[in-house]
Design a protein around this ligand. Sequence first.
Ligand SMILES: C[S@@+](CC[C@H](N)C(=O)[O-])C[C@H]1O[C@@H](n2cnc3c(N)ncnc32)[C@H](O)[C@@H]1O
Length: 316
Amino acid sequence: MGIYVWGIGCGASEVVEKGLAPERIAAFVDSSPSVERFLNRPVLLPEALEGKDCDLMIVTIRHTEAVAAQCAALGLPEDRILYLKNSLTLTDRNSRCTAAKALLGENLLERLLPRYHVIPEPAGGASTALPREALDGDYVRLATLELLTRQLEAVPGAAAELGVYRGQFAGSINQLLPRRKLYLFDSFQGFASEAGASAAFQAAHEATSIQRVRSALPHPEQAVFKPGFFPDSLDGLEERFCLVSLDVDFVQTTLEGLRYFWPRLSSGGYLLLHDWGNPGLPGVAQALEQYRQELGGVLPAVPLPDRSGTLVLCKP
Ligand SMILES: C[S@@+](CC[C@H](N)C(=O)[O-])C[C@H]1O[C@@H](n2cnc3c(N)ncnc32)[C@H](O)[C@@H]1O
């Protein structure tokens, strides 16, 4: 049985420490090996694999794309490659690897598989409360949301989202804060005519409904829908908030959202300003800058390296 391990560093030794006996490893593979043997097994150059029977390649190094290209050049099919260091890539290459379970067994495979390292693993629990599909959408955005919600236990207030669309992000907030009321503000008919949305952008955002959002919520009983154009849709609402997602794409509504939510955010709470770093939606950063000037001070904030450049404002 030809199990090979790509890499001769810490990742490779971890595989052995976690239970894959060195005798089961045909050889280690390395592009520039510094030794001829590792853990008493031979170390081969990738090209030496040509013509060898490789039932499973366990890749323990980080250069996933480069290794994938080399494996493809060697004719190694994807269903025999298991990547252990792809926890920050958003496509799960391992879903194609059917050989791993058969050769390693479910228990060892579970121990070897990469976890989402950004989320600290609570003792005995799962590493993340969010479903895989949600994280694949925008791992950094969603994993950060999860970490932030874990800081909110002692922070009073409801959660809210202004700009809900089909409820994807709202569903994650609702899942992570199941005991908080969740206010959902959206026109459910796209942008106000003066906002500046193109016809296609507008058409895309019209295709939603309250029913559709409700069905995306794991705890719909916590939802309070506020349909209509913001800020009119507030209708005199007075609340305190622990977490607010502000995601309305254009300058005026973003500014109105900041004016309403920031003063009502509890100390220790967070406001997630989506698209702040998105060059395609410059009005979001403009609105923040204007609001900063109105306040005449600094807004403590952390930028995220997520897909759309969220800025997390932290209430002192
Ligand atoms: C980018 S989408 C929100 C996406 C959602 N936050 C998510 O991540 O799944 C923007 C939404 O803002 C809503 N919106 C924009 N301006 C609005 C306004 N003045 N009042 C109410 N909703 C508004 C649009 O209808 C649209 O559904």
